[in-house]
Design a protein around this ligand. Structure first.
Ligand code: SAH
Length: 201
């Protein structure tokens, strides 16, 4: 079944509002939790701004103005359906990873007072479920919005953040949690469960 582009834009918008709502709720919950380590250097700031442009500014401009019309294109009919299929697990994993990380969550490289290594819930299987959910979401965005910039800008910018930030984040966790985090790394995969996974007792 084929729908006009604006139907897929509305589907995206509903998911986007849900996505921002989940982030907003957990951001408010962690606000009062003191930070003891903050590694927000120039590289991290640049990555955050770039991801903000790809994930927020470009889709909003695309949905509300005609400024990005020069980058419009047509996806095959099945593509947005795949996008919808990806949205549901992406939103679920985005919610679950925030809930499991609880007060330990930060938008950047930070550690909070009383910070603990979370190894339960979705963190039992993979170390970066939140990043996995964002990559899935960005893929859904690309399959729903029929515009090169608004569709794929999020995936392109977040992929760079993921590649640059993940080793820095893992290094920070190793520095502060030592063997506990190194053991955890051995037992889990980054984005997919590790084949070497052994059941923790
Ligand atoms: N990379 C994780 C978390 C993203 S939020 C994911 O994709 O799910 C980023 C912050 O989470 C980091 O600054 C770090 O303080 C914290 N963090 C990452 N992994 C953690 C873990 N297993 N337990 C506790 N905090 C963690």
């Amino acid at each position: 079944m084929s729908f006009p582009i604006r139907v897929w834009n509305i589907v995206f918008l509903v998911g986007f509002i849900t996505y921002c709502g989940i982030r907003g709720v957990f951001k408010r919950r962690t606000e009062g939790n003191e930070k003891i380590v903050r590694r927000l250097d120039a590289l991290e700031k640049t990555l955050l701004v770039t991801v903000g442009v790809g994930s927020l500014l470009l889709p909003v401009l695309y949905l509300l103005t005609h400024w990005l019309a020069f980058a419009d294109y047509h996806l095959p009919e099945f593509a947005p359906w795949f996008g919808v299929l990806l949205m549901a697990p992406a939103l679920w994993l985005f919610y679950r990873s925030h809930a499991d990380l609880g007060l330990n969550w930060s938008v950047t490289l930070e550690l909070r007072k009383g910070h603990q290594v979370v190894k339960q819930g979705v963190y039992r299987w993979i170390r970066h479920p939140m990043y996995a959910s964002i990559l899935l979401w960005d893929l859904a965005q690309g399959l729903l919005l029929q515009n090169w910039l608004a569709g794929w800008g999020a995936l392109a910018t977040f992929a760079v953040l993921y590649i640059v930030r993940t080793p820095r984040e893992e290094q920070m966790m190793c520095e502060f949690f030592g063997e506990e985090y190194r053991d955890y790394m051995r037992e889990t995969g980054q984005l997919c469960p590790s084949l070497r996974f052994k059941k923790r007792t």
